[in-house]
Design a protein around this ligand. Sequence first.
Ligand SMILES: C[S@@+](CC[C@H](N)C(=O)[O-])C[C@H]1O[C@@H](n2cnc3c(N)ncnc32)[C@H](O)[C@@H]1O
Length: 249
Amino acid sequence: MAMMPAAPSSRGKAARDPLPRPEDKRRAVRAMFDRIAPRYDVLNRVMSLGLDRSWRRFALDASHVGPGDRVLDLACGTGDLAAFAAARGAQVVGVDFALAMLGGARARSPRCKLAQADAAALPLPDGWASAVTCGFALRNFVSLPAVFAELARVVAPGGRIALLDVDRPDTAWLRAGHAFWFDRVVPRVGGWLSDRQAYAYLPKSTVYLPPAAMLASQLADSGFEKIAKRRLLFGSAQLWTAQRGKPSR
Ligand SMILES: C[S@@+](CC[C@H](N)C(=O)[O-])C[C@H]1O[C@@H](n2cnc3c(N)ncnc32)[C@H](O)[C@@H]1O
């Protein structure tokens, strides 16, 4: 595969590309992940400086995933979280709408069941999951409330969810260093090694994440409780945990 940097004019164009309009987002995001699937894992390690795997383990610890659990790995991609959950003795179903990403998951985690589906229309019965994991996908969904409502349907009362995504540090100098890495280095390296347009989109897509108070109230409105946000690595990543409320008698 050719790994030459793009001509400056086209790299500039990718950086200026607007985010997809809401009506185009689903199709654009799915096509993008199908394109970048072959090099997704390598770029993940580079972009997070290898920290993404410890964040994933932390998400599983925080949601107490272990033997006997029935875990849905939502938007499972190439199956990193699914494989970690299966290694802890859980029964795992990974769902993603991008077929090429699921191909990576099949190779990585043969023990996990996989399904191609949209996060807002899951092929699982009501109350099937005792836990849900979701890594770095929230900002890619078209409607978070629709996805949270669907999660509330498939998670059993008392079941736990752990939703991981990127974030921006609060402290000014950390924020500046993070912005340099995430907004300038990542798109450039992503362009060299994989796909310019996709790795220009990924940092910009953080604007799709609602403020913390809004995300918490969307989870609460969907029937989740004990909602908590943790900031990882000085705020470079965020982990949301919550529990499906038990029906009141
Ligand atoms: C950044 S990747 C994360 C993959 C994996 N969870 C991880 O931690 O590496 C985002 C994933 O979300 C999937 N995705 C985005 N929107 C989706 C949707 N509406 N339904 C199902 N999968 C979706 C993409 O196909 C992609 O695999």
